[in-house]
Design a protein around this ligand. Structure first.
Ligand SMILES: C[S@@+](CC[C@H](N)C(=O)[O-])C[C@H]1O[C@@H](n2cnc3c(N)ncnc32)[C@H](O)[C@@H]1O
Length: 419
């Protein structure tokens, strides 16, 4: 049953958890713990909402610098299992708040007049009613959000007709299931459209289960393309990687020859709160290299938050068993640093194969590296740091060795192969 309880006293939601990185050693209930309370039985949605919010915020602020028209389309809007009267624990609540915030900041601080519109597609009448009531209160500096009471599949041609040719579109595809929704053939009209980005919830738990059932072969071929069965020879992480590579390839192939730049994708796996197992992947697709790098910068924070959430979930469980609710909080937790993997070093070296080769590192190089390796930016930086430390590569523009921003890709720094 969905809950829409009054929440006057509970204000620690997503905005606070985004800042959890900087909060250390709180002696009271931590922000991670409070946020988890709002996401009981759907803890993984907290990770989804964290990346949606943190990326959307940056995306709107960046796109608003060059586009005067932005549209947000939530194809499976909900609200689903919300516990907040302002829907701030749902994708519509988060997006509407951010759209209004960014529109105002763009106007006041950057003197950019941006028209921000949105469509929320929801096939369930009761949920659509809740949304309808919510958007009546939406800030008026954005166009009143539209609620479309229909199925995503029926809405696709209408969404494409509704979008103006020069309008930037962010499309969120967040279904419960997968069939007839996330296949490249279904999403192709969006993938092919210029100025369009997608965030897709890929229900790995269901799809992985389906790979064991012969009657699902045709459905899975629609997702992964021909000969996907070869990936069944693998298990665990390797199978996950193989099949997700195939899916990403299907998305890219669907828009070959369309769009100014080729389609790029990144995958952020989201795990169950209580086990080391992927429940769904968030697949991001864009034609813009900077978009991919910005998404991955935000993903890095969310990966750290995810590990704190999982730790907090375990701590809460232990505390409950001992009848002590508020003792432990995971906000100060940081994962142990780990050594860069060999593959990431190889990925750098492949771009500088010979002594004296020079590489200008910009967002396109970084986007290529992210796509090729799935390595986090911090790990890619660490791997490069190792190569610089052992004298294989130098950063021509760095006055002294750096530990974190080993190469600054926004400044297009140059690397040279020394040996
Ligand atoms: C996972 S929930 C969405 C959660 C929401 N995006 C969030 O993050 O808060 C999926 C929603 O899609 C709706 N739905 C299911 N099938 C649909 C369809 N074919 N077209 C549109 N909406 C659908 C369900 O009623 C449900 O509200």
């Amino acid at each position: 049953m969905e809950r829409h309880a009054g929440d006057g006293q509970r204000r620690h939601g997503l905005r606070e958890i985004y800042r959890a990185n900087t909060i250390r050693g709180m002696g009271m209930k931590g922000v991670t713990q409070q946020a988890l309370e709002h996401y009981e039985d759907r803890e993984h949605s907290l990770v989804k909402h964290a990346i949606l919010a943190s990326y959307l915020q940056r995306c709107l602020m960046i796109v608003g610098q060059w586009s005067s028209k932005i549209a947000y389309i939530d194809c499976f809007a909900g609200p689903w299992k919300s516990q907040m009267s302002d829907l701030s624990d749902t994708s519509p609540g988060i997006a509407i708040h951010l759209m209004a915030d960014c529109q105002a900041t763009l106007q006041e601080k950057h003197h950019k007049q941006v028209r921000v519109r949105s469509v929320f597609v929801e096939s369930d009448a009761q949920r659509a009613d809740l949304l309808d009531a919510h958007v009546q209160q939406a800030p008026t500096n954005i166009v009143r959000p539209e609620i479309w009471r229909k199925s995503f599949q029926d809405a696709i041609p209408e969404i494409l007709a509704w979008l103006e040719p020069d309008e930037f579109a962010f499309v969120f595809v967040d279904p419960f299931g997968w069939k007839d929704v996330i296949e490249s053939s279904v999403l192709a009209p969006f993938l092919k459209r210029d100025r369009t980005e997608l965030l897709i919830t890929f229900m790995w738990n269901f799809i992985n289960l389906a790979t064991g059932h012969t009657e699902q072969e045709a459905n899975l071929t629609a997702v992964f393309g021909k000969d996907w069965q070869a990936a069944n020879a693998y298990s665990g992480d390797a199978k996950h990687r193989q099949l997700m590579r195939r899916y990403r390839q299907q998305l890219t192939t669907a828009c070959d020859g369309s769009g100014l730049n080729r389609l790029r994708t990144a995958v952020l796996p989201v795990e169950y709160a209580n086990k080391k197992k992927v429940i769904f992947n968030l697949v991001y697709a864009t034609h813009n290299a900077t978009g991919l790098v910005v998404f991955w910068e935000q993903a890095e924070h969310v990966v750290a938050q995810q590990s704190r959430l999982k730790l907090q979930h375990r701590l809460d469980h232990v505390a409950k068993q001992h009848g002590q609710n508020d003792l432990f909080n995971a906000d100060a937790h940081q994962d142990e640093p780990h050594l860069p993997s060999y593959d990431l070093k190889q990925a750098w070296l492949a771009r500088l194969p010979n002594v004296d080769d020079v590489l200008v590192v910009d967002t396109i190089v970084m986007a290529d590296l992210i796509e090729a390796t799935d390595g986090l930016l911090s790990d890619l930086q660490k791997a490069l740091g190792e190569l610089i430390k052992d004298g294989t590569i130098e950063n021509v523009n760095a006055k002294r060795p750096r530990k974190v921003h080993v190469v600054n890709y926004r400044n297009k720094e140059q690397l040279r192969r020394l040996k």
